[in-house]
Design a protein around this ligand. Structure first.
Ligand SMILES: NC(=O)c1ccc[n+]([C@@H]2O[C@H](COP(=O)([O-])OP(=O)(O)OC[C@H]3O[C@@H](n4cnc5c(N)ncnc54)[C@H](O)[C@@H]3O)[C@@H](O)[C@H]2O)c1
Ligand SMILES: C[N+](C)(C)CC=O
Length: 487
């Protein structure tokens, strides 16, 4: 049985409760893990608080913290294949995708290890004679970190690496559905020799463990990645002690396809945008906005290729798309497409579970293209988080951007055109945290990631990703102290 990591020890839940973790490809159990509760979260917060208030970690030099974060990267690189296999068993995503995730994860630890000691603060030109003024960075304190099931370890790495590089202590709660790679990385962090109490892992549900991290007065920062409704609840809970707050929420991401784009590339990337990991990606390009004079040709080419996507077991080389995460999520995707149909969308391909007898034990849904879509439809406005793409038409550049921005979300989007001036005009008007020109779904540690509008607050990755985990202190020094004699 897999346990939780609290104050340097692997422990069972106080209640002794457990949870079975299943493979979404065939519903077979792959592990049993401890199921923590509010009391376990409180113990972990106490441990993190002790390590912050009385431990050595926040006082290590940034260079030494960087070395430790490099060590964690080295251990992840050593166990790369094992981690990738666990991630695929747990999520159903192809092992090729999981291997790429593990490369990205090691790079994230390397990046924050590198920049840990690169910004020692600023010297200010003080406007007051005979004084000095400087700005320094300090860790925020105890960080609560809550992660989703779709990219379990990748999203964890975006939180763990900067929090550690900045000198914080932390309690992480992974999704109850996919905790296995997070457990393994906590084993690696223990092996790296990180001081006791600095990193703590509590497993269990959001309503108890996640809520305790959000509401507890001894947590100084809550960093959450997940759905918009949960994000709103966490924001309210975090007001209890005015916590620092970082929210990475959902997206309903448009790709604008102009007639002058490279046709084959645009069709190919429209598929990459949405069918990786069966569309269970926050930045999945689930909305195609296609110039009307190529609309029909584009849809035909897309549908021809979508028909041939191979569904299957994550571990077979020929598999291009795995299952959805759970029975409940499959039911949500089915009803999402049904709603689209009822609102007038046409199913050009897909729109049902596969017939293939080999896929009946998994939570599979066929890659789906919905045409005749308009911006007011729920399938165009709501995040479905499945392998479903909607197609809308536009006739002018101005209209394409207006449609793209017609959303409560603002996570990411794309523009496909060979007219670079046109692309830049669109980019300037698109209200999204990331815009790709002639590409989709790219992210790397050097560039910040996050959303406009209801897609979130704050940024992960890049220099800003470290700053989320730092307080800023102004230090003013009077070089000639003497009475002011005001009173
Ligand atoms: N913006 C990004 O970078 C990004 C990245 C990955 C996923 N996401 C989003 O995540 C969502 C899918 O993930 P999900 O279904 O796991 O999301 P979710 O909101 O259901 O759960 C996310 C995490 O929050 C916990 N949680 C649930 N209720 C809670 C509560 N009341 N208090 C505290 N924690 C609680 C869950 O246990 C889980 O660990 C999608 O909307 C997707 O777009 C966003
Ligand atoms: C942020 N990203 C793209 C890695 C995963 C989103 O679900």
């Amino acid at each position: 049985m897999k346990k939780m990591f609290i104050n340097g020890k692997w422990v069972e839940a106080n209640s002794s409760e457990t949870r079975a973790i299943i493979n979404p490809y065939n519903q077979e159990p792959i592990a049993t893990v401890s199921e923590g509760s509010r009391g376990d979260a409180k113990l972990a917060i106490e441990a993190a608080q002790g390590a912050f208030d009385h431990g050595e970690w926040p006082h290590w030099t940034a260079r030494d913290r960087g070395k430790k974060v490099h060590k964690i990267a080295e251990l992840i690189e050593r166990d790369h294949e094992e981690l990738a296999e666990i991630e695929s068993l747990d999520t159903g995503k192809t092992v090729i995708e999981s291997r790429e995730d593990m490369d990205d994860i090691a790079s994230v630890f390397r990046y924050f290890a590198e920049i840990a000691d690169k910004d020692g603060g600023d010297v200010i030109d003080s406007p007051i004679p005979d004084s000095t003024s400087r700005v320094i960075h300090e860790p925020v304190g105890v960080c609560g970190q809550i992660t989703p099931w779709n990219y379990p370890l990748l999203q964890a790495s975006w939180k763990l690496a900067p929090a550690l590089a900045a000198g914080n202590t932390l309690v992480m709660k992974p999704s109850e559905m996919t905790p296995l790679t997070s457990i393994k990385v906590f084993e690696l962090m223990e092996e790296s020799g990180i001081p006791v109490g600095v990193v703590n892992l509590v497993l269990g549900p959001g309503y108890s463990v996640g809520d305790e991290l959000s509401v507890n007065d001894n947590v100084d920062l809550i960093s959450f990645t997940g759905g918009i409704e949960t994000g709103k609840r966490i924001m309210q809970a975090a007001s209890s002690n005015v916590k620092n707050l970082a929210l990475e929420l959902g997206g309903k991401n448009p790709n604008i396809i102009f007639a002058d784009s490279d046709f084959e590339t645009a069709v190919d990337q429209a598929m990459n945008a949405v069918f990786f990991h069966a569309g269970q990606i926050c930045s999945a390009g689930t909305r195609l906005i296609v110039e009307e004079n190529i609309h029909d040709e584009f849809v035909n080419a897309l549908v021809d290729r979508v028909r041939n996507i191979k569904l299957g077991n994550a571990f077979e080389e020929s598999t291009q798309m795995g299952p959805l995460i759970s029975k409940e999520h499959l039911a949500k995707v089915i009803s999402y497409v049904e709603n689209g149909k009822n609102e007038g969308a046409t199913i050009a391909v897909g729109g049902q579970k596969p017939d293939d007898s080999q896929l009946q034990d998994g939570f599979f849904y066929l890659p789906t293209v919905l045409t005749d879509c308009t911006t007011d439809m729920s399938v165009v406005q709501n995040e479905g988080f499945g392998p479903v793409i909607t197609v809308e038409k536009f006739s002018t550049e101005e209209e394409s951007v207006r449609l793209a921005n017609d959303s409560i979300y603002g996570l990411a989007g794309g523009v496909f055109t060979n007219d670079i001036a046109k692309a830049e005009r669109c980019v300037a008007k698109m209200r999204m945290g990331t815009v790709w020109i002639n590409d989709v779904n790219l992210y790397f540690p050097q560039a910040p990631w996050g959303g406009y509008k209801q897609s979130g607050i704050g940024r992960e990755l890049g220099k800003k990703g470290l700053e989320e985990y730092q307080e800023t202190k102004h230090v003013y020094r009077n070089l000639h102290p003497s009475p002011v004699s005001w009173f």
